[in-house]
Design a protein around this ligand. Structure first.
Ligand SMILES: *Cc1c(COP(=O)(O)O)cnc(C)c1O
Length: 424
C-alpha cells in the first residue's frame, strides 16, 4: 500500500475519488415511507388528539422494540427531554448532573423547570459521562443524572446506576444518538428511569421532526403527559388523582406528535436493526484499518456494548507524533484528500452564556427566574478532561449505506496518507 505519495494539499492526487454523496445521503426515504404517509393523509390523522391511530401504533411498536411498558411520542427530542425531566420530578432548585459534551437540548430544558445543570467530566475514550466525576459532584440538592450515549456508545450505566441508587437519584438517558444500541444485551433508553430519543431528520430513526420517551414507571409517564398534552388524552389516560384534577387543562404545553411524523418513524423503526447492522459493519471496517496509526485514536467500543445507530464517527487527534501539527491543519489536509472531515461541531455547553453565573444567578434567566447560587462548573478550565478531548476531536460522517466498502477503504488510505505525509 502506498501511504506516502504527495499530499493533495501540495498538489498530489486526491485519495478519495469515489462519488460519496449517494452513499452518505441521509435520511433514506423509500416507497414504504411514502405509502405510510399517504395512508395517514387519506385517513385524515393530521392531528391525533388522544391515544389512538398512527401515534398509538408507533408508541406500541416502539415500546415493544425497547421492551418498555410505556412510550410517549412527542414533537421533538427536546420536548421528550423536558417531559422526562418533569416526569422524574425535577423542579426548582434541584441540581441535575449532565455532560457538557452534548447537543444543547440535553441541558437547556432543565432551566425551564428552575433546575440547575451541574456539569461533570466525560470519559476520554467513550466520550460519555464519567461516573467517578458524577459522584464527586453530588450535593444534598442533587436530584438526577443525565447520561448521553454519545455517537451510539452506551454510557457506563452499571456504575452510573450504582451511584444513583446510593444517593437516591433518578437517571434520565438521552439516547438521541443511540437508537438500537445495546448495553450488555439491553436497549439504551431502558437502562435508567426514563429514556429519551430525538427523531429529528438527521437521526438514525427519524420522523422529520419528533421525539419519543420510554419508561416502565407509570408515575413518570403520567407526569410527562400532564405537562404537555391536551385534555383528550389526559382524560383518557391519567389515573393518579393528583394529576387527574388538571386533566381539563394539562399544564399548558402542547408537545404531541404529528400523525405524519409518527407514520415516518413507524416505518423507520421496522428498518432500524437492518440499517444499524450496515452502519456498524462500516464503522468497524474503518476502525479496524485505523488501528495503530500515529496521531489518531479511532473510537473504541467497550466490551458488552453495541453502537446501534452510532449517528456520526469521531476520531481523536494527537498532535505530538506529528510534530505538534495543529488539528486545523490536519483537518485541512484530510479535506484536500476528499475526506469529509471537520472539527467537532457540538460546542461545549458549560461555557455558553446561558449557563454563566451572571445569567443563572445575577441577572436571572430571560424569563425572569433567578436560581439559588451554588458551586457549579461553568467556566473554561472547570472540565479539563472534557475540554482537552473536545479540542482534539475530528468529525467524520456516518456511513449509512451498504456497498460503502471501497469508500471506507479510500477514507482509511487517505487518513494514513495524511499521517505519513505529516510525519515526514
Ligand atoms: C438531536 C438531539 C437532541 C434533540 O432533539 P430534537 O429532536 O432536535 O429536539 C437531544 N439530544 C441529543 C444528544 C441530540 O443529538
Amino acid at each position: 500500500m502506498n501511504q506516502t505519495g504527495t499530499l493533495a494539499i501540495s498538489g498530489g492526487p486526491r485519495a478519495v475519488t469515489i462519488d460519496q454523496e449517494p452513499l452518505l445521503r441521509w435520511p433514506q426515504v423509500g416507497l414504504e415511507e411514502v405509502a405510510a404517509i399517504l395512508d395517514v393523509l387519506r385517513a385524515g390523522q393530521l392531528s391525533v388528539t388522544n391515544r389512538s391511530g398512527i401515534v398509538a401504533q408507533l408508541e406500541d411498536n416502539f415500546a415493544a422494540y425497547e421492551g418498555a411498558r410505556f412510550a410517549l411520542g412527542r414533537n421533538s427530542g427536546t420536548a421528550a427531554l423536558h417531559c422526562a425531566y418533569f416526569g422524574a420530578g425535577i423542579g426548582f432548585g434541584d441540581e441535575v448532573i449532565v455532560t457538557s459534551y452534548t447537543w444543547l437540548a440535553t441541558v437547556a430544558p432543565l432551566l425551564h423547570l428552575g433546575a440547575l445543570p451541574v456539569f461533570a467530566e466525560i470519559d476520554p475514550l467513550t466520550l460519555t459521562l464519567d461516573p467517578e466525576d458524577v459522584a464527586r459532584k453530588i450535593t444534598p440538592q442533587t436530584r438526577a443524572i443525565v447520561p448521553v450515549h454519545m455517537w451510539g456508545h452506551p454510557a457506563d450505566m452499571d456504575r452510573i446506576n450504582a451511584v444513583a441508587r446510593e444517593h437516591g437519584l433518578k437517571v434520565i438517558e438521552d439516547a438521541s444518538h443511540a437508537h438500537g444500541s445495546l448495553y450488555h444485551g439491553r436497549k439504551t433508553g431502558t437502562l435508567g428511569d426514563v429514556g429519551c430519543f430525538s427523531l429529528q431528520a438527521s437521526k438514525a430513526m427519524m420522523a422529520g421532526e419528533g421525539g419519543i420517551l420510554v419508561t416502565d414507571d407509570r408515575g413518570i409517564y403520567e407526569r410527562a403527559l400532564v405537562l404537555s398534552q391536551s385534555p383528550g388524552r389526559l382524560h383518557q389516560e391519567l389515573t393518579d388523582p393528583e394529576l387527574a384534577r388538571f386533566a381539563g387543562t394539562g399544564l399548558g404545553l402542547k408537545y404531541r406528535m404529528h400523525g405524519l411524523a409518527a407514520a415516518l418513524a413507524d416505518v423507520q423503526l421496522k428498518k432500524l436493526d437492518a440499517l444499524n447492522a450496515v452502519r456498524n459493519a462500516n464503522h468497524d471496517r474503518l476502525t479496524a484499518q485505523l488501528a495503530g496509526v500515529a496521531g489518531i485514536t479511532p473510537p473504541i467500543t467497550a466490551p458488552g456494548c453495541y453502537r446501534g445507530a452510532y449517528y456520526e464517527y469521531r476520531l481523536r487527534y494527537d498532535p505530538e507524533p506529528l510534530g505538534a501539527l495543529p488539528v486545523d491543519t490536519f483537518v485541512e489536509r484530510l479535506q484536500a484528500e476528499g475526506v469529509l472531515a471537520a472539527r467537532e461541531r457540538y460546542p461545549l455547553q458549560h461555557v455558553q452564556t446561558l449557563y454563566s453565573d451572571a445569567v443563572l444567578f445575577d441577572e436571572g434567566l430571560p424569563w425572569g427566574i433567578k436560581l439559588p447560587r451554588r458551586r457549579i462548573y461553568n467556566r473554561a478550565g472547570d472540565l479539563p478532561v472534557t475540554e482537552s478531548v473536545h479540542a482534539r476531536l475530528i468529525a467524520l460522517p456516518a456511513f449509512p449505506s451498504a456497498g460503502s466498502e471501497a469508500l471506507i477503504d479510500q477514507y482509511a488510505r487517505a487518513i494514513k496518507k495524511v499521517v505519513a505525509g505529516s510525519l515526514a
